[in-house]
Design a binder for this molecule. Sequence first.
Ligand SMILES: [Zn+2]
Length: 323
Amino acid sequence: MNLTLLHKQFGTQEKCISYLEKTRWNKKPLCLHCNSKNVKKRAKSIRWHCNACNKDFSVLMGTIFEGTRLPLPKFFEIMFLMNNAKMGISASEIARLVGVKYQTAWFACHKTRCAMIDNELKLEGMVEFDEAYIGSKKKKKSELIENEANLSKMTSKRGRGTNKTPIVGAVEKKGRVYVKIIEKLTGRNLLAMLRDKVDVDSSIVFTDDFRSYKQFDKAVEHITIKHSEGYGKGVKTINTIEGFWSIIKNGIKGSYRSVSKKYLPFYLAEFSYKYNNRHLQKDAFTKLLENAVKDENCLLNYKPKGNPREIVARQRKCKTAMS
Ligand SMILES: [Zn+2]
């Protein structure tokens, strides 16, 4: 997919709607209220009418597009740009490129990130675990994210034991990544993440010697790499996850400058999605559209708290202060 093809395939509202209907229902539309097949398209409208429950619905209902006033060709264009920006792209740049207001771009970007969330991921094989710390503090730009692996002393003011937001990542060597915020890096919390996201029966897990990872011993084959004895050799390293941290670090620093804790999960979803689909060059955008109309997609009901205008204004102010 390139821009020319994008405009050709999704140049009008009708084309976008019929693509989404095909993707979501595969020519067999079901009522989104009662699941009945007894539905009829309303004339000159994107809406369908259900004869069973007498209600109307459209393919946009319950998706990231619900309630948007942005024409779908523009929305698709925004999704396309985000999907192609390896290191992230700021809402202000999107606004300029697509020709929409900053506020509109900002919402569409967050909605797109919702479509990038993958809750079904289960990692297997050789899996590395590690944590990093992301702070929205307006310190030196180089300190936006700190990787604890380089700061193994617990007494350090950076890394473990600071008020920055701890994120934990699990990554298959040469594979996919899962990352989430874990407020308290206790053995129990880390173990819960391990059991939830890693197939413990078929995997070997690599971590550093942070004591909370000791709990892994009872759940999975666990190899500890002692940083005090060097950084390991061959597969006995956690280099893959460190590589992912640097992608997030550079992406956030370069495109978003700072990210508040509240919105951090969305950015983590964006970077993980792109990392996990990095080999899918041809179909990555199509996959994103499929995700966008998936029923089980989470965070669809996400709405910013407070007046959107004020939130956006605050974000801008913060950005100006930083640049
Ligand atoms: Zn119905």
